[in-house]
Design a protein around this ligand. Structure first.
Ligand SMILES: Cc1cc2nc3c(=O)[nH]c(=O)nc-3n(C[C@H](O)[C@H](O)[C@H](O)COP(=O)(O)OP(=O)(O)OC[C@H]3O[C@@H](n4cnc5c(N)ncnc54)[C@H](O)[C@@H]3O)c2cc1C
Ligand code: SF4
Length: 474
């Protein structure tokens, strides 16, 4: 049903210099749709994990649309994210939308309390509809940003940050772009929101609104990924992960209309900073998704060691222990952040900010080290393996079968498949999801260090030390 819901939309998409008429069945795009579909399938296979009771519509809903009612809700969300990482081995694209609806709950409430606006009710009306129809929401936070030393209103081109260009009785018109949007094309709706703190001069940039992904004036330009053309080749071995992939699009908004019912912030610049930091509290803990991918790559590394006949070597076992230690360290900080969640005035719970930032900061590093160890165990064949076509060729095929054998009991094809999977996750298409998304998604490493600096309460810690050392504290 989800896949069908993406068909027949008049959505404007460009890929490799061509407008794509039927993105759903495009060989490069389809794996990303399959990964998102896994979030629907899991809700049927394991409803305790992937659905929750919504008091808003008095029905069970997909957990990706559920309002967080307790720390336990966030913990189950993390377990679900790890499970989906294990199933897909890639980014399944739905968490940024969930974290968007979570942050909007408290932000719309807080703006209404201060300004007497009606954003919260509008938001609840939208959410009811999203829950009823099990919709996907893409998160449009990151602007192209132009010159990083300049604020939105100081840029040479005002459109480098998305902004309101016109207000009418019926709604607003926006112009600009949102970059790196995960699952942009696979979403039903896109939520645009500010990416940084804003001053009074940036009033038109303080806008939050919900827009159909195929609205008039929207153009998606598909982000290409390393080795993406393998999706067009015959066979499935060289693809590494033939079924699942991630997706990012650059989304252009040219004079796009948003009716007032779908506007959740317009000009309240003082809430932009809070919106970003609350969003990142949720989203940086969501990066436990990468521990599911870590489970896949640890499994792949252990399997190739088996196939090579090296599994009993002590250094191999130790490297698998090291990979597991790193992976579980990520998980522990994410899940701790969920257990430590606190209730906000709107009634929703929010992840502990410090621990969420620690989780994401671990994610900016540990998957790289885990990948290095997986490549170590894989051996050089991971990058010198001939193509699937050479395995099928009448002359080269038998030669490859003879000389690329590992353990005699293991088919050479199995060895090739595992090597291609490690290649896919550490150098190929899903290295986007496992590595670079881990580095930059939800903010580059420095963004976490800034938040950690703000939350680390160093003065209090100095006092602990001074008291024990016998130094008088005024
Ligand atoms: C795979 C992937 C998926 C993503 N998904 C989403 C999504 O779904 N929705 C969304 O909204 N965003 C998404 N993002 C965007 C992500 O949040 C940004 O990539 C991140 O915030 C960094 O921004 P940038 O890419 O523009 O890098 P840049 O801002 O260009 O940063 C590059 C480097 O410059 C440094 N830098 C930047 N500005 C300054 C400054 N003023 N002073 C000093 N140093 C600076 C940074 O610390 C970094 O080291 C995604 C990113 C990736 C890679
Ligand atoms: S990177 Fe992880 S948290 Fe973000 S959308 Fe992808 S799977 Fe979800």
């Amino acid at each position: 049903m989800y896949v069908e819901s993406l068909r027949g939309r008049d959505i404007k998409v460009y890929l490799f210099g061509k407008q794509i008429q039927n993105p759903v069945d495009h060989a490069i795009i389809r794996p990303s749709i399959n990964a998102l579909k896994a979030t629907y399938d899991l809700a049927i296979e394991d409803p305790d994990l992937a659905t929750a009771w919504s008091p808003l519509i008095n029905e069970r809903v997909n957990r990706f649309l559920h309002i967080v009612e307790s720390p336990e809700d966030l913990v189950i969300k993390n377990r679900m994210q790890r499970r989906l990482g294990q199933i897909t081995g890639t980014c399944f694209q739905r968490c940024a939308g969930l974290d968007t609806i979570s942050v909007l709950h408290s932000i719309t409430y807080d703006i209404d309390q201060k300004h007497g606006t009606v954003y919260h009710q509008r938001y609840l009306n939208f959410l009811k509809q999203a829950q009823q129809h099990n919709l996907i929401i893409g998160a449009g936070m990151t602007d192209p940003k132009g010159d990083r030393s300049k604020r939105p209103s100081e840029q040479s081109d005002p459109d480098l940050f998305l902004h309101v260009i016109k207000r009418t009785k019926k709604g607003i018109y926006i112009k600009g772009a949102k970059a790196h949007m995960t699952g942009g094309l696979n979403s039903h709706w896109i939520c645009v929101m500010p990416t940084m703190n804003l001053s009074e001069k940036d009033k038109d940039y303080a806008v939050v609104g919900m827009i159909p992904a195929h609205a008039v004036g929207i153009t998606h330009i598909y982000g290409r990924q390393s080795c993406d053309l393998r999706a067009l080749e015959e066979g499935d071995i060289d693809k590494g992960n033939a079924k699942f992939g991630g997706q990012e699009t650059l989304v252009i908004f040219d004079n796009v209309f948003i009716p007032w019912d779908h506007v959740f912030m317009d000009g309240e610049t003082e809430f932009a900073q809070d919106m970003v930091s609350r969003f990142t509290s949720y989203h940086r803990a969501s990066y436990v998704c990468k521990t599911g991918l870590g489970d896949v790559i640890i499994g792949a590394a252990a399997t190739i060691a088996d196939y090579n006949g090296a599994e009993k070597a002590s250094h191999i076992k130790d490297k698998l222990v090291e990979m597991t230690h790193l992976n579980e360290t990520i998980y522990s900080s994410g899940i701790a952040s969920s257990y430590e969640a606190k209730k906000l005035p709107s009634g929703i719970y929010k992840n502990d900010e410090m621990l969420a930032n620690i989780c994401k900061h671990n994610v900016t590093r540990f998957p790289y080290e885990i990948s290095r160890l997986a490549q170590d165990l894989a051996g050089g064949l991971m990058v010198t393996l001939p193509s699937e076509q050479d395995f099928k060729h009448e002359i080269t095929g038998p030669l490859l079968e003879k000389y690329l054998q590992g353990k005699a009991s293991v088919p050479v094809e199995h060895r090739a498949r595992i090597l291609r999977l490690i290649e896919n996750m550490t150098l190929g298409r899903n290295a986007v999801g496992y590595l670079t998304e881990s580095l930059h998604g939800a903010g580059s490493p420095q963004a976490q260090r800034i938040q950690i600096t703000r939350a680390m309460r160093v003065e209090e810690k100095k006092d602990f030390a001074k008291r024990i050392a016998g130094i008088q504290i005024d």
